[in-house]
Design a binder for this molecule. Structure first.
Ligand code: FAD
Ligand code: NAD
Length: 477
């Protein structure tokens, strides 16, 4: 039934930007029969980000955690239009979004506009660089599939180049120094995965790198994983020590060149010094920044003027200062951490809200018609119509009872390498903090169950098995 998208002029047009955690959770639960739904995203798939760090070493193949958006939309009751494009401008006043096709294949028309009655902004965030010179040019981020592929290739490049004939000892040391900047969960998980790769596979194939391969995690604050409890921070730090991952806290990177980082180190007596650290691979994971399309929209709405971190939303996720724009996930500021967990709950909430709003619209139209009918009806029919009106009013009150968005925190989980994970999980009796191999098994089963589809689940399990049996693939492609 959903093959042809025919916009129905009697329905509102709902445009959804993005195909990440927030937008996909919305689309999954949205009754698409109520609106003309149009999705715009440069990425024609959903990406299960929690397992992305495993793709950097080939422990999991990236395609196993991608779900094509066409496959997701195909199952909707009413057709949904999808454009593979980037929203470059949201014209709030004229209710138009400019979209640009950025694909490598150039069509005659690469830019156009889409009209909306309602708009959901779920474009996520960019990588923060804080304007530090050299970061964009020389480091790898870890947000998208392409980033993971780039890192995977670069790791092998560094190793093979270090093993090149007559390479000087200093150069070997530099090339095999893997530096991760940012001790949030992205940096920690990547450092753990990389050390696993070294211990479990690289050493087997290239024992010559044993003494020089080093992973260093650099963090500006006094400790890593600030969102976890003190006990789990200590556990992570001691586990990294055991695994020979060097943690450099109170070390703030200020400049990046093609072969070194310059960092300001705060010494125990409070004095500061600058150190130059040579690296072969540099992975930059210092959190989120606002996308330019969002910044531009914020500039159009006076109520958003004082906010810098993203779109301020109210308790119904309406972008403050507007009536017909909602925001979900990392681009929305609603006092929650920018996580998949929050984005998914926000998306699901909006689906409930929109499904209810559509029902409300129908009942309000029926009420209007009944009132007109009642005015001209014969006395005998009036009672009957009055009963119907009362019933509709009752229905209306019931459907209008969608409470504001409330986030329910299920806990925080992170893989820390060496088949160990840390978890701060909410349980009936309160919070449980745990770390170790059992937590790793919990981490594995939790993320497996959260995978988007059974197809993803099976592929991920097969990848895990493949890597166990044959080791990770060290070919550089
Ligand atoms: P995203 O999922 O980033 O999606 C944004 C979408 O918008 C994408 O489809 C993108 O292509 C699209 N887009 C971008 N620009 C435009 C544009 N101009 N126009 C239209 N579309 C656009 N969170 C957890 O809770 N648990 C975890 O274990 C976890 N692990 C993570 C691991 C990694 C490596 C990373 C990077 C993040 C992790 N997170 C985790 C955080 C989580 O991924 C984000 O909070 C989540 O993706 C936010 O969802 P979102 O929908 O706002 O954005
Ligand atoms: P983050 O914001 O959590 O951490 C970034 C870290 O980089 C901070 O600790 C900051 O002090 C440090 N930093 C910033 N500038 C620096 C500099 N110049 N030099 C050295 N250190 C610097 O970022 P993230 O880890 O990318 O996570 C982003 C979001 O995604 C967070 O909300 C996180 O909770 C979520 N996430 C969750 C998981 C998980 O639950 N397992 C995994 C990945 C990401």
């Amino acid at each position: 039934p959903n093959e042809q998208f025919e916009p129905d002029p009697s329905k509102k047009t709902l445009v959804v930007l993005g195909s990440g955690w927030g937008s996909i959770a919305l689309l999954k639960k949205l009754d698409t029969e109520n609106y003309n739904v149009i999705v715009v995203s440069p990425r024609n798939f959903f990406l299960f980000t929690p397992l992305l760090p495993s793709c950097t070493t080939g422990y999991i193949e990236h395609r196993s955690i991608m779900e094509p958006i066409r496959n997701i939309l195909r199952h909707k009751k009413a057709a949904v239009k999808y454009y593979e494009a980037e929203a470059t401008k949201i014209d709030y006043k004229n209710k138009k979004v400019t979209i640009r096709d950025d694909s490598d294949v150039k069509g005659d028309n690469m830019e156009t506009q889409v009209d909306f009655d309602m708009l959901v902004v779920g474009v996520g965030a960019e990588n923060a660089t804080f304007g530090i010179p050299g970061v964009r040019e020389h480091s790898c981020f870890l947000k998208e599939v392409g980033d993971a592929q780039k890192i995977r290739k670069k790791i092998m490049d560094c190793v093979e180049t270090a093993l090149f004939k007559d390479q000087s000892e200093d150069e070997v040391k530099r090339l095999l120094h893997m530096v991760v900047v940012g001790g949030g969960p992205t940096g920690v998980e990547f450092a753990g995965e990389l050390q696993d790769f070294f211990q479990q596979d690289l050493l087997k194939w290239m024992p010559q790198i044993k003494d020089n391969f080093r992973v260093t995690l650099v963090e500006a604050l006094p400790n890593v994983l600030p969102m976890f409890s003190k006990q789990l921070i200590d556990y992570t730090e001691s586990s990294f020590k055991e695994e020979h991952i060097d943690i450099r806290t109170k070390t703030m990177v200020k400049n990046v060149t093609d072969k070194t980082i310059e960092a300001q180190i705060t010494l125990p007596d409070g004095t500061k010094k600058i150190e130059t650290i040579p690296y072969g691979l540099l992975v930059w994971a210092t959190g989120n920044a606002v996308r330019s399309v969002v910044k531009d929209l914020m500039g159009q709405i006076p109520a958003q003027k004082d906010e810098r971190r993203g779109l301020k939303v109210n308790e119904y996720l309406v972008v403050k200062g507007t009536e017909n724009i909602w925001a979900v996930g990392d681009c929305a500021i609603a006092n929650y951490a920018p996580t998949a967990q929050v984005a998914a709950q926000e998306g699901a909430f909006l689906a409930r809200l929109f499904n209810t709003m559509a029902k409300t619209d129908v009942i309000e139209t029926e009420l209007q018609e009944l009132s007109e009918k009642q005015a001209t009806a014969k006395a005998d029919d009036r009672n009957q119509i009055l009963n119907e009106i009362t019933e509709r009013q009752r229905q209306l009150r019931r459907t209008k009872q969608v409470g504001p968005f409330q986030y329910s925190h299920q806990g925080s989980l992170a893989y820390i390498g060496a088949e160990k994970a840390v978890a701060d999980v909410s349980w009936f009796t309160g919070n449980i903090a745990s770390g170790g191999t059992m937590t790793y098994l919990f981490w594995k089963s939790a993320y497996l169950s959260m995978c988007f589809s059974s197809r993803n689940r099976i592929l991920v399990m097969m990848d895990w098995m493949k890597s166990r049996i044959f080791g990770r693939d060290v070919s550089r492609e």
